[in-house]
Write a protein that binds this ligand. Structure first.
Ligand SMILES: Nc1ncnc2c1ncn2[C@@H]1O[C@H](COP(=O)(O)OP(=O)(O)O)[C@@H](O)[C@H]1O
Ligand SMILES: [Mg+2]
Length: 261
């Protein structure tokens, strides 16, 4: 992926440019999760990388370097893992599957528990994610490059929030604005931009549009160009735009389902 001028901006680290915020859209099945994992499988060699753990455990199943996955869970939090097949399922655990589990007690401990050269799969509730993302620029103790990848970002920052959530997402937009200075990179994905609160969305410097994305007016790329994209192709769009391709990932494990209790 390295012959691209615009895409390089989100991969190459430069202290004077600081953290890079990238928002990925595309319809279901357009390759968003695959693309994020492809990027992380490069980035985790030089950034400390965090992936938002989901029940579907997609990252765990697709990440090409299985021995480099660690799972972060809050102290005391239990989990259930099932290997699911067509007509049966088998109960197992993350330990039994060979993954290392790291426990943290408070949100303020997470940063120091994160492992270098690993994919840190962090399982938290949606409320805890908001809290961590809001506070992170203030509670960060170190300056290593931190990359956080969040699939299904609309769950964290939904459009048209009401009441308390409206204020939380304003805090989130304010927090994210500081990421650049604190060397935090954010990769977030949702099917359409309109699913994510516009105040939060506006803080992202880069946009990646995959097949099925609806192009917002302020972007430099044409809807027709997006409509012609095939699976494995996307546009990255900031002050310039550029088309690029990425490869699929092979599944590394059986079908897994992880439930955090
Ligand atoms: N570059 C690619 N080339 C071919 N198939 C791909 C590519 N990227 C993803 N796929 C396949 O497309 C399907 C959807 O990919 P996924 O990353 O889960 O999309 P999304 O997260 O947007 O729903 C998967 O079966 C995946 O293997
Ligand atoms: Mg996906």
């Amino acid at each position: 992926m390295s012959k691209f001028k615009v895409l390089d901006k989100i991969i190459i680290r430069n202290r004077s440019l600081g953290g890079q915020l990238t928002f990925i859209t595309g319809e279901q099945g357009s390759g968003k999760t695959t693309l994020m994992l492809q990027l992380l499988s490069e980035l985790y060699k030089h950034d400390v990388c965090v992936w938002r753990g989901l029940d579907s455990a997609q990252a765990i199943q697709l990440f090409p370097y299985q021995k480099d996955i660690v799972i972060l869970l809050k102290k005391g939090r239990k989990h259930k893992v099932r290997i699911i097949e067509e007509r049966k399922y088998k109960k197992t655990s993350l330990e039994e599957l060979g993954y290392e589990i790291i426990r943290y007690s408070r949100i303020t401990d997470i940063e120091q528990k994160l492992q270098e050269n690993k994919l840190n799969v962090l399982y938290m509730t949606i409320e805890e994610w908001r809290e961590w993302l809001i506070k992170l620029p203030k509670i960060r103790k170190y300056t290593f490059w931190l990359t956080i990848a969040i699939d299904e970002f609309g769950e964290i920052a939904p459009a048209y929030p009401k009441g308390e959530l409206w204020h939380k997402l304003q805090d989130l937009a304010n927090g994210i604005k500081e990421y650049r200075k604190r060397y935090i990179n954010l990769l977030a994905a949702s099917q359409q931009a309109g699913e994510v609160d516009h105040r939060v969305r506006k803080k992202f410097q880069h946009r990646i549009l995959g097949p099925g994305s609806i192009v917002e007016k302020h972007l430099r790329v044409w809807q027709k160009a997006i409509d012609n994209l095939k699976l494995g192709e996307a546009y990255i769009c900031s002050s310039k735009f550029e088309k690029f391709t990425f490869q699929p990932l092979k599944k590394q494990t059986k079908d897994l389902q992880i439930e955090i209790l």
